[in-house]
Structure formats: C-alpha cells, structure tokens
Design a protein around this ligand. Structure first.
Ligand SMILES: *[C@@H]1O[C@H](CO)[C@@H](O)[C@H](O)[C@H]1NC(C)=O
Ligand SMILES: *[C@@H]1O[C@H](CO)[C@@H](O)[C@H](O)[C@H]1NC(C)=O
Length: 937
C-alpha cells in the first residue's frame, strides 16, 4: 500500500510537471531519466562481464542474481525507449488542462510510471551488489568498459575470398565425382561420414555444383535433413526442386496434400529419369529407412548422404550398391595452408609465430571448421602474446571428445572478442531455423530495427551494418550462401554447430526463446520469441512484458490458428519487430495495428491482399515489407507513418528462361506520398495509376536512396525527371516504360544528376541517350534495356570513371560494336544481349583492361567472339547463351578459334531447352559457379 501511494504521488507530480505547473519538478523527471541511463550502462557492463566469464562453479552460483539484473535491464531499456519516443513537443511546457494535454496524459502516465519503477528496481539491485552480495560480479570492471561499445572502430571489414576454404578437397572430390559420373546402371548410395566440422558439406557442395553443369542427371535435388526431420517437408522440398527443373507450376494445394500422395508424386516424377539426390546431415537410420522407401530405384541415379554417424551408412542390397567415404583429417601441411590463408593477408606465417602456430594446429587435429574459425579469429593479430593466449586456452583434451565442446570453446573465444553490438547481431541467428539461408537485406533491416547498429561518422546505418556483417564472415561465424551477379552477398547461413552454440548463448542471455516441436522453450522472461512449425501450447503462455520481437517460421498452414497469432499479439503489445515472412496468411491480422511500438513488419511472401486503414496507428513503423505479397494499393492513412524508411510493395513473376517486359507488379501510391519524409527505399510505384501531381509529390521525398518506377508514359517523363532532381541522396534508380514502344522521355540536363547515383536501370526505348548520364561520375552499374538507339552509346559511356557493370539489351541495331583503347577502365562485367544485326565486336588493345566476365547472349548473326578478345588479360569467365552453332563450333577444342580463348579460365556455352543446359568449351571441369543466370534473368 505504501509503495502504491508513493508511486501515485510521484505520478501526480509528474503530471503536474509535464503540464508545466511545476517546472522545477519537471527537471527532476529528466534527472531520473539520466540516472537510469547511467545505471543501465553499469548494469549492461556487469552482464557483459558475466557472459564473458569461463563457465565455473562461481558463475553458476551467480545465475539467479544475474537473471534479476537482466530483467531489470529489460525494464530500464523499455522505459527509456518509451521516453525517447515521446515527441519533443510533449515535454515542452504547456498550460494545464488544454485538450491536447489531456489526450497526452495516458501515455505520459505510463512512461512516468515505467521510469519510476525502473529507477527504484535498478538502483536497489546495484546497491545490493555493491554492498554485499555479489562483489565479485563487478570486481574486474574498469571505468573504460562502461563505454566500451560505442567508441569502437572497426577496420577489419574486408572479406576473405570464399574459395580459400577449399583446401585438401581436390582428391576426395575427384573420387566422389568418379563414383557419381560413371556409367554403372545401378542406383548408388554414397555415404560421406565424418565428425561435425570435418568439411562434409563443403565437399559435397563442391561436387554437386560441378555435376550440375554436366548433362548426366535429369534432376539435381539438394535436401537438408535437420534433427527435427519431417517427411512432409522433405517431400515438398523435393517436389519444388523437381518442378523448378521442369518449369511446371507447382500444383495448387501442394501445401495440404497428404504424405502418402506426396510420396507418389515424387515416385512418379523421378521414376523414368536419372537423378542426383543429396541428403545433407542425416541424423538417424530411421529417417534413412523412411526416405529410401519413398524413392524410386531409377537407373543410373545416385544418392549422396552426409552424416556424422558411421552407423548410418546403409548396407548394400540387391536394389542398390553402397559406398562409404570417410572424411580424412587435413594433413599438417594442409592445415597450415588453410590456416594461413585465413589468418594472413598474404597467406604466409611470419617466423615469430611459427612455433605457436604448430601448437595450435596440433590441437585442431586437422578439423577444417576449427582451423578456419581460429584462423579467422587471429586475423590481424600478430602479437606473439595473443597467439600464446589462444594456444593455452585451447585445452588439449578437448580434441579427444572433439565436436561440440571443442567448437564451443573456439566459438566462445571468437565471440567474446566481438564488439558488443556485433555480439547481438550474431545472436540474431538463433532466431532462424537451423540450416536456413537468410537474406542479407532482411538481416540488416532487422539489426537496424533492433537498434544494434548506429551511424558512425559519415557512414549510414546500412553501411555500418554491412561492416558488422563482414566482420562476422571474416571470423567464420557466418558464411555467404549465395552471391549476386555483382558479387554482393545475397544470402548467408551459419554452420549447424555454430548455430547450436548460438542458441545456447542466446538462451543464457535471455536474448531469445525458440519454440518448436518437442522442445518447449517457454520461460517467463526473454526478449524475443521465434516459433517454428507448431502452435502447440502457444496459447497457454503467460504474458511476457519484455517481448520485443516475434518471428514465425515454417508453417504450411494455420487452419483457424490465425486466432492463436492474434491472441499472442494481444498479450504482447510491446512487440517492436514482427516477421511473418512466408506465413500462410490470407488476411492482414487486425491485431497488428494495435502494436503501437512496432518498428519492423514483414508480410513478405504471404497472400495478404489488403492493408487496413488502421495501419496509420503504427506511428513508429520504419520498415514495411510487402514484397511478394498480393498488395497493389495502400490506404491513404499510410502517410501517417512519419518514421517509415523502407516501403516495399511489389512482386515478380516467376521467371523461366529470359525475362519478358511485364514481369514486375507494383502498387498505386497515395496522392500525398510526399508526406513520408523519412522514406529511403520505395518500390515499386506504378506510374500509370498516378495523377500528374503525384509525380511532383515524389520530389518531396528528399531522403530517398532507392526508387523503382514502372509503367511510365512518355508524357510523364519530364515531370518525373524534375522530381528526381530534388532527390539528392538517390543511389539506385530504376525506370521502366509502360510497354516496349513507349519512349522513356528523360530530358537533357546540363549537370550530373542525381549527384550520387550509383545504379541506374532504364528499361524501354530512348530517343537518344540522355546527355547527363555520362556526367554521373558516381555510376557503378548501368543497365539499358530495349533502348533501340540509332548509335551505339559506347563512346559516350566509356569514360564513366567508376563503371563496373554494364548490361546492354537490345540497345542498338547495327552491325558493329567497337570498344576503343582507354575506354571502360574500371569495367568488370559486360553483358550484351539481343543485338539482332550485330556481326562484329572489336576490342582495341587497352580497352576494358579490368574486365573479368563477358556475357554474350542471343546475338544470332554474330560471326565470331570479339576480335581482340586476346587483349582482355584479366578475364576469368566467358559465357555464351543461345549463340549460333557455328560460332560455338569454332571455339570448341580443335575449332579454329579455340586458341583465342585459351587464356580464359572458364568458358561456357549454354542453351535453353526446357531448362538451362550448359557445357564447358575448354574441356576443363567447370568450377563452382554462382548462378547460371548472369543478370538474374
Ligand atoms: C601451447 O600450449 C601447450 C599446453 O596446452 C604447451 O605445452 C605448449 O608449449 C604451448 N606452445 C607454445 C608455443 O606456447
Ligand atoms: C489452445 O489450444 C488448444 C489446442 O491447441 C485448444 O484446445 C484450446 O481451446 C486453445 N485455447 C484457447 C484459449 O484458444
């Protein structure tokens, strides 16, 4: 009772203060806020210190106290965030009793009481610790540690090339390749066995990527079997991959089909053809027995499985033949090469570190994952003492029971060394299911929405986040899974062992709880919740007042269970991030619009069609991701979202071979879209559905960095262009006209504009090349499609000083293209497509001196490869798509032009034949290739 009345009195005071009746006390309210800010820093430093400690008995004993501190830090952080989100004007002195102040009372009371409660809890706990209970908790804390995180700079963000990881797998991959490619008519099952981190998946992946470019198998299917193996999901996954090869639409309702029927579909599809199936990370013989039952014993087919368990290798039987490949440990020499590539820029170990290096390698015992991780960890560290510390902390006996404990030790080293905000970024991987490929952009947006990333100096949050990402890659904590045609990372993943460890860390720190089948991770206090595949028991949970983020994964359907989601959201109005990507939702869950703190909302790949007017309530929303949902219109209330930075409303058709003109769909923007002042990324707007003045509105979005417009009409070109003049931050601009005939009428202009444009995509006819394009010296990537110019624009473009990627499709109908000496000095990738009359390409000596990749497609009358291709000394890849047979014949071994491409390490010819078929022109085995579609066709 006493406490209640104290709080009440405080609240009353606070209110009076905020109404301006007692300015003196208002200052006290602000002082309280500052005090909590200071205390929170101390609290977080103590927790950091605790998390970095070795596991020992003492640490266990402190667990309870630490949990209290953690919860207190959650409360304090939430209270501060509430305060920081108050509009400034609300804190200004205002006469009592006006309408406005009454409207503001409720949130103010809430925040004031949160601040009050938090202040007393935190100071009580800190006092206790300092007075008696846990002195050792703060014993080692130095004042500088309090500010440790914010002042750090990161200089290690350059990425180590990925192929560095491929050491010691040439011989085994050759052997495996032979087993796969021989002509033995029987089904073969090859079991690749080895302990966690021995490089099984790396080996199989390399072989799989190579084999895909040979026409040996009709189907190539890669399936990852995780511990929570589910036959249903596996079969669906296989069906999706088979249908993708056939370019058939996936049958409707595949999500709800019964297992027995799915099994039959797989049988029917695979029976008549040879297939290669990879079952990665098989955990149990029971799962194997289930799987093999559903597969047809097709002639000449191969199944490769990777497993940690030698006992899983199935016995040979009359139906199929089995082979076992045991992963060898890396030799000492191989270990050293791998380690040094990772740890030193030049791959060479300086003499003063040699001895310690030997000791460390002895302990790694030839395990690639361990070598890679420690190598990444010691990168840029060249002091003997640091190396000795690492040597000593790797306990010798660890290697005898290698596996998780050993890796845990190594990871803990790497992890503890990370700056705090990057630790949090890493823990985010615990939210995603094992083995999931995670989109780079999604991850970055989540980190930003969580406020893990802050702008440093002149860098934007996105740029800083990118550096964090690279640091995690370099430390080998995450790996790039797929890259884009221009080398940027598209998706990434975490090694499954690191993922397990990440989950352990995440659980310890109450960072996140994972709810999935068979594992009930519910506990009262945790910050984030990720629900995988099951709603079971979800509706019985108690309210968790600290929940900030909610993710949902892997549901094929939620029949009437949408109500469970609603219930969950009703209980947790504190949620800041809600990621429902690919959830089987047909309607926008109304409950969402009551989550007033929401900063990030993703309904990507859902079937949601309409967005309710009440979306306007989400005043804190920064990201609204509706990509590949079915939304084509937003309510006018969207302009109330003044903090919105990213607005994605579009979808693409699934692309079979080459793209056609209309494969993107956007949305109709509201008339007053100019009010969304914080917007940075906007796509895709359908210009035909705009009224003219809406085009002018665009010019008000002064923060815009990325703008995608489709369906532009000729008469709107000038208006659009004058709006774009105002977008000084614009980095990426994509404009597509309404059809193949409609001109994109962008006027000439006497200045480079927009000033810092880096990527420009123009799809549609141009009367002439706008004269400002050659002036945009910041341009890195340029794509012109369907321009149909009278003159080849090469001379105009050749002096663009930063241009690295140039893609030209149906740009000019002439007989000759000429690349002159000294032109395109930075160009790395050149793509030429559909030059229907082109007969000759000439490359002068000194043109495109840095070209690495040349792609020529569908130039049906081109007689030979470019004259002067010999001058391109840096070229690594030549790709020819659907090019005339005579031209290809001349390039093959024995052909008259074969010698001219002898300096190109990889040369391919690819044809579309209900699927891409690719073969190598040089007789070498093709190397790992990222994608068969050069520009994301
Ligand atoms: C590495 O540590 C082991 C003990 O684990 C020690 O015996 C060895 O001398 C150390 N090597 C170096 C070079 O410090
Ligand atoms: C919670 O779910 C169970 C089954 O999953 C159901 O029987 C029960 O009625 C649900 N309770 C509520 C409140 O929805």
């Amino acid at each position: 009772m006493a406490i209640m009345s104290v709080i009440l009195a405080y609240l009353l005071n606070t209110l009076q203060i905020l109404c301006g009746c007692q300015t003196v006390r208002r200052r006290r309210f602000e002082e309280d806020v500052e005090e909590i800010r200071r205390d929170l820093l101390r609290l977080e430093a103590i927790l950091r210190n605790y998390d970095a400690r070795e596991d020992d008995h003492d640490k266990q004993a402190d667990q309870r106290k630490i949990n209290q501190l953690r919860v207190a830090s959650f409360i304090a952080a939430d209270a501060l965030e509430g305060y920081d989100n108050l509009p400034l004007a609300w804190l200004d002195v205002e006469p009592c009793g006006t309408f406005k102040s009454i409207k503001r009372q409720k949130p103010l009371i809430e925040i004031a009481s949160a601040i009050k409660i938090s202040k007393s809890t935190v100071s009580k706990l800190l006092n206790e610790i300092e007075m008696r209970q846990g002195n050792h908790l703060i014993r080692e804390l130095l004042p500088s540690e309090l500010y440790y995180s914010t002042s750090r700079r990161h200089n290690e963000a350059e990425v180590v090339p990925e192929d560095h990881d491929l050491v010691g797998i040439e011989a085994p991959s050759k052997k495996l390749m032979e087993l796969l490619l021989d002509d033995d008519p029987r089904l073969k099952v090859i079991s690749v066995a080895g302990m966690g981190g021995s490089g099984k998946t790396t080996l199989v992946k390399k072989v799989y990527d190579d084999v895909r470019f040979k026409n040996r198998f009709r189907y190539h299917v890669w399936a990852t079997i995780s511990q929570s193996f589910n036959m249903d999901e596996l079969l669906k996954d296989i069906i999706r991959q088979i249908y993708a090869v056939n370019m058939q639409p996936i049958p409707r309702g595949v999500e709800t089909i019964k297992v027995s029927y799915l099994g039959k579909m797989v049988q029917d599809s695979l029976r008549a053809s040879s297939y290669l199936l990879i079952l990665d990370d098989l955990w149990s013989i029971i799962a194997w027995n289930d799987i093999i039952k559903t597969l047809p014993i097709s002639k000449r087919s191969r199944i490769v499985l990777t497993t940690r368990d030698l006992n899983i290798a199935p016995p040979s039987c009359p139906k199929f033949e089995t082979h076992i490949h045991r992963m060898d440990k890396l030799s000492q020499d191989e270990s050293k090469i791998l380690f040094c590539r990772k740890a030193f820029q030049d791959g060479i170990c300086p003499p003063h570190l040699e001895e310690t290096l030997e000791s460390i390698l002895n302990k790694c015992d030839g395990l690639p994952l361990a070598i890679n991780s420690i190598g990444g960890f010691l990168r840029k560290k060249e002091m003997t003492s640091e190396w000795k510390t690492v040597n000593h902390s790797l306990d010798f006996e660890m290697r005898t029971n290698a596996g998780l404990d050993f890796m845990k030790k190594i990871l803990t080293l790497s992890y503890n060394e990370l700056p705090d905000e990057i630790k949090l970024c890493f823990l985010y991987f615990s939210m995603f299911p094992e083995d999931k490929k995670i989109e780079y952009n999604r991850l970055i947006r989540l980190w930003i929405a969580e406020k893990f990333v802050h702008p440093i100096e002149e860098k934007t949050v996105e740029e800083v986040a990118e550096e964090y990402f690279k640091i995690l890659v370099n430390r080998n904590l995450i790996q790039a899974a797929e890259t884009r045609s221009d080398g940027r990372i598209k998706t990434c993943r975490v090694h499954d062992m690191l993922h397990k460890i990440c989950i352990l860390k995440s659980r310890d720190q109450k960072f996140a709880a994972i709810h999935k089948d068979g594992e009930d991770a519910w506990s009262y206090h945790f910050r984030r919740l990720s629900i995988h595949n099951t709603w079971q028991n979800v509706n019985q949970t108690e309210k968790n007042p600290h929940l900030r983020a909610l993710f949902v994964f892997g549901f094929a359907d939620f029949p009437s269970k949408e109500t469970v989601l609603s219930l969950l959201l009703k209980k947790h109005r504190t949620v800041r991030l809600l990621d429902l990507q690919a959830a089987p939702l047909k309607q926008f869950p109304r409950e969402i619009t009551k989550l007033v703190h929401l900063r990030y909302l993703s309904l990507r790949h859902t079937k949601v069609e309409t967005i309710p007017i009440s979306i306007g309530n989400l005043k804190n929303l920064e990201t609204l991701d509706l990509k590949h949902a079915r939304v084509s219109k937003l309510p006018a209330s969207i302009v109330k979202l003044q903090k919105l930075r990213v607005l994605l409303v579009y979808r693409y058709d699934q692309i079979e071979s080459y793209t056609h003109f209309h494969y993107k769909y956007g949305f109709e923007p509201p008339n007053n879209i100019g009010k969304l002042k914080s917007l940075q990324k906007l796509g895709i707007v359908e210009a035909t559905r705009w009224r003219r003045h809406t085009l002018t509105e665009l010019g008000k979005l002064s923060q815009l960095r990325r703008l995608l417009v489709i369906e532009l009409r000729e008469e709107d070109g000038t208006a659009l262009w004058s709006s774009i003049q105002n977008l000084r931050q614009l980095r990426t601009l994509s404009i597509t006209s309404v059809n193949e005939e409609e001109i994109i009428a962008l006027p000439d202009y006497d200045q480079p504009s927009p000033q810092c444009l880096q990527r420009l995509y123009l799809t549609g006819p141009l009367k002439k090349l706008p004269n400002w394009i050659p002036m945009v010296t910041s341009l890195v990537r340029l794509s012109l499609k369907g321009s149909q110019l009278d003159h080849a624009p090469l001379v105009q473009l050749q002096d663009l000083p930063r241009l690295e990627y140039l893609e030209l499709f149906q740009v000019y109908n002439g007989k000759e293209l000429h690349f002159e000496d000294g032109g395109f000095r930075k160009l790395k990738v050149l793509g030429l497509d559909r030059f229907d009359e082109l007969e000759i390409i000439k490359v002068d000596q000194g043109a495109m001196p840095n070209l690495e990749k040349l792609i020529i497609q569908r130039c049906t009358v081109l007689k030979e490869v470019p004259i002067g291709i010999e001058h391109l000394t840096r070229i690594k890849v030549l790709e020819l798509f659907d090019m005339p047979r005579e031209l290809i014949q001349r390039l093959r071994i024995g052909g008259e032009d074969n010698r001219r491409i002898a300096h190109i390490p990889q040369a391919y010819s690819t044809h579309w034949n209900r699927g891409w078929e690719s073969d190598s022109l040089d007789g070498h085995t093709p190397n790992v290739r990222e994608s068969i579609n050069p520009f994301g066709k």
